[in-house]
Design a protein around this ligand. Structure first.
Ligand SMILES: Cc1cc2nc3c(=O)[nH]c(=O)nc-3n(C[C@H](O)[C@H](O)[C@H](O)COP(=O)(O)OP(=O)(O)OC[C@H]3O[C@@H](n4cnc5c(N)ncnc54)[C@H](O)[C@@H]3O)c2cc1C
Length: 164
């Protein structure tokens, strides 16, 4: 499995400095300030305040992407065909090459090498993805999610009825 982030997309200084999807909002603001100091004539406004409908930073992108990935797993067939299984595995391989946060993408590629997608069923895929997400949670200091509740979170709603 080819597992390389497209370094060409990231290797220019300017691009990596301005890759908003690669850093959290605070880091991005600090990078912007540094860039503005280097490049902006004195007196120009600082645009570092957060606005609505702006490009996603790393955490926004991550949160929204997890929503899509877990929901895809939630609606994956219970009994997938061989083609569906292969398509889903290929999806994750391709996804990991193009995920715009390159540090995140590299880590995901490593994880996919160690534990490839388990595509046997909806349950198997959702549990696999939950473990992948928990590995990242652990690495970045976020609480682990109870994988026995993954279908409540992403498909059925909580058993206490709070999503009904
Ligand atoms: C593929 C990928 C790789 C990433 N790699 C990195 C990285 O290397 N470094 C980095 O700083 N950030 C990374 N991120 C971003 C990071 O995972 C979070 O998305 C980001 O920190 C925002 O966190 P959050 O608190 O909004 O919750 P998120 O982690 O985005 O989770 C969103 C929601 O998913 C649910 N959830 C949490 N854990 C699980 C689970 N195990 N299974 C099912 N549901 C769960 C919770 O309800 C949570 O509110 C990555 C994101 C993705 C999609």
């Amino acid at each position: 499995m080819a597992a390389h982030v497209n370094e060409r997309s990231y290797d220019t200084t300017a691009r990596s400095k301005l890759c908003r999807a690669c850093v959290d909002f605070k880091t991005w603001v600090n990078q912007q300030k540094a860039t503005l100091k280097e490049e902006t004539p004195v007196g120009r406004n600082d645009h570092a305040s957060k606005k609505k409908e702006c490009p996603l930073d790393k955490d926004e992108l991550g949160n929204q992407t997890w929503g899509l990935l877990h929901t895809m797993a939630a609606y994956y067939p219970d009994k997938p065909t061989p083609e569906e299984r292969s398509d889903m595995a290929n999806f994750f391989t391709t996804f990991s090459k193009f995920y715009p946060c390159h540090e995140c993408a590299k880590d995901l590629q490593e994880q996919l090498k160690l534990t490839p997608p388990v595509t046997d069923s909806q349950h198997a895929l959702s549990q696999w993805l939950c473990r992948v997400h928990n590995n990242i949670n652990r690495r970045i200091g976020k609480p682990e999610f109870d994988c026995s509740r993954v279908n409540e979170r992403w498909r059925d709603g909580w058993l206490d009825g709070s999503c009904d």
